[in-house]
Design a protein around this ligand. Structure first.
Ligand SMILES: [Zn+2]
Length: 231
């Protein structure tokens, strides 16, 4: 299992408009499961800019610091997503993000460009996890910068840069993994919403199933079979 810690920046603005606020950059860190076990981290990085369909806003330029020239030369969303999926590879993965907004903007842009979005939903919201399960957060939603400080880590790089935000989110994730011996997905999926991993109504375990029968029953394979056997 690979963990893909991901962040996006968008073509934001503060005024109302019918234009979509598209993704303009994607940064990601790949952490392999065996590196979590061995505590030897070797990061593989992904960083691409995306040329939006609508004009690059001055608001987004100031917020992200990405020069106009960089966006003008960037590739289209569809091309960058093809590259991103190739980089993710064929091994089983789960995305880790700070809040679910990166997941939602990617799904929205996939729909905008009429490409498949199923691959995005395999996603753990680390912000939601910290809010509920880290006592220092006091059940409050904390910003990425505040979480870094709260856990006694040091901020790396520049805020609102997709790659640096992903690197800092990865540092938090790995810090929290340090004392986890169990199944990482079982632990961190708590507090997230994900249509790919569902919570079993009987045993509470998160399960991944392509079978509609299990999804309708809202049970993992084991609990489903146990229920059938006792009938
Ligand atoms: Zn179960």
């Amino acid at each position: 299992m690979n963990y893909i810690v991901m962040d996006t920046e968008i073509n934001g603005r503060v005024w109302k408009s019918a234009d979509p606020m598209e993704v303009i950059s994607i940064g990601a860190v790949k952490i392999r499961g065996e590196h979590i076990k061995s505590k030897k981290y070797k990061h593989e990085l992904f960083y691409e800019y995306v040329k939006p369909v609508c004009a690059y806003t001055e608001y987004a330029r100031k917020f992200t610091g990405i020069p106009r020239q960089t966006i003008a030369k960037a590739e289209s969303f569809v091309t960058v997503i093809e590259k991103f999926k190739r980089w993710i590879g064929n091994e089983e993965y789960v995305f880790i993000g700070w809040s679910d907004s990166d997941k939602l903007v990617l799904i929205r842009d996939c729909k905008l460009h009429k490409i498949d979005d199923d691959w995005v939903d395999i996603y753990i919201d680390l912000q939601a996890y910290i809010k509920r399960y880290i006592p220092e957060a006091n059940n409050q939603q904390v910003s990425l910068q505040n979480a870094v400080e709260m856990l006694g880590l040091e901020w790396m790089g520049k805020a609102h840069d997709a790659l640096d935000d992903a690197i800092n989110t990865a540092a938090i994730f790995m810090f929290l993994c340090k004392n986890k011996s169990g199944d990482i997905v079982q632990e961190f999926m708590k507090g997230s919403t994900c249509k790919v991993y569902r919570k079993c109504k009987a045993c509470g375990k998160f399960y991944r199933s392509k079978s509609n029968r299990l999804n309708r029953a809202k049970r993992c394979n084991r609990c489903y079979r146990a229920a059938q056997a006792s009938k």
